[in-house]
Design a protein around this ligand. Structure first.
Ligand SMILES: Cc1ncc(COP(=O)(O)O)c(C=O)c1O
Length: 354
């Protein structure tokens, strides 16, 4: 604590992202990045935008990211007014907390979920109730019927990787007509059903997506929200009271190129899904239990080996996986699906350890 700090700073427990090791060739399976590069069209678009001498960078970018929003809207069958852009979906979620989830009643999200949610709740003074997942880490939508200030679920959930079918999301929406239901679809393209198709029927639905995972653009920071114009307007009002230019010029053109190259996107997702199933089989063969995953990571435990010790031993071999020292999951590891070479290195190391 410093006498220069505002009161809230002292009380914050900030989010801790997965380690970005400064090593030449780490096997990095700890932050759910895509193991494959983005579409070559993304690189071309960035070069084109830069031109010969980067002159375009003198000028501010379009504060509304109009062209990118129009591209996303076309891709999703929505209107551009139903799309909100942010600097990564983390920033979009931060605005969602302020714009749509700060009411008298507490919001509800699962007890085991993306660990940024409680951090935003604390930062923005949003009361919340953490709703326990069931014994096999599933979400029971009936647990979200109590009066609330909003509902927030990742689908698939992180760090479990479990997905909810669309019919369950519809039940959730029907049970909460007076609250905003936010579905965080950071990992949806790896095997879950998107709720985007429900947007026109449900004015209380906001879907949040990102180009960080399936489109391999974590380094560009492009996230977005899709929903009824009224919800989007609330987010825009907060954005324009915080940072008018959240997406730089390169991120905007990169985003358009990434969305337009559907073939590249499909192929890259398909490769990750095949690797996920192969990795799951290999982990089972080593005696690990693996939660069924619809994401680009697996959530796993070994009944005879301490998870923190396994993570530490893997790190000694420059293999990074994620361990959360949290109730109910401290014996689990979250492992990002890497390329073949990375998955083989992981399995060889685990074989030696267990
Ligand atoms: C569930 C979930 N939502 C949102 C994000 C944020 O992604 P980004 O800010 O890169 O768009 C992550 C990142 O790992 C995540 O796991």
């Amino acid at each position: 604590m410093s006498r220069f700090w505002s009161e809230i700073v002292d009380k914050l427990t900030p989010y801790v992202p997965g380690e970005q090791p400064a090593l030449a060739r780490p096997v990095k399976l700890n932050t759910n990045e895509n193991p494959y590069p983005p579409s070559p069209r993304v690189v071309e678009a960035i070069r084109r935008e830069l031109g010969d001498n980067g002159d375009t960078l003198r000028k501010y970018p379009d504060p509304t990211a109009r062209a990118l929003r129009a591209t996303i809207a076309r891709h999703c069958g929505l209107k551009a007014e139903q799309v909100f852009m942010g600097n990564g979906s983390d920033e979009v979620l931060a605005h969602v907390f302020q714009a749509l989830l700060k009411h008298d009643k507490p919001i509800r999200f699962p007890d085991i979920t993306y660990s940024f949610y409680p951090v935003y709740a604390q930062l923005f003074g949003v009361a919340f109730e953490a709703v326990p997942l069931n014994a096999d880490f599933g979400i029971d939508v009936d647990d979200y019927r109590a009066p609330n200030g909003g509902v927030l679920l990742p689908n698939p959930n992180a760090p479990t990787g479990r997905a909810l079918p669309l019919v369950e999301i519809e039940i959730l929406l029907a049970a909460n007509p007076d609250s905003v239901v936010v579905i965080d679809e950071a990992y949806v393209d790896f095997g879950a059903e998107s709720a985007v198709a429900l947007i026109d029927k449900h004015p209380n639905l906001l879907v949040v997506q990102t180009l960080s995972k399936a489109r391999s653009l974590a380094g560009m920071r492009v996230g977005f929200a899709l929903g009824h114009e009224v919800l989007i307007e609330a987010l825009t009002r907060v954005k324009d009271s915080f940072n008018s230019y959240p997406l730089d010029r390169l991120a905007q053109v990169a985003g358009i190129a990434a969305i337009e190259d559907d073939d590249w996107f499909r192929e890259s997702c398909a490769k990750v899904i095949v690797s996920r199933e192969h990795l799951t089989t290999q982990l089972h063969a080593l005696g690990f239990e693996v939660v069924p995953s619809a994401a680009n990571f697996v959530f796993t435990r070994h009944p005879a080996h301490d998870a923190a010790t396994l993570a530490a031993r893997l790190k000694q071999k420059e293999i990074f996986v994620r361990h959360f020292k949290l109730p109910r999951i401290e014996q689990h590891l979250r492992i990002t699906v890497g390329n073949d070479c990375e998955c083989n290195a992981l399995i060889a190391a685990l074989r030696a350890l267990v």
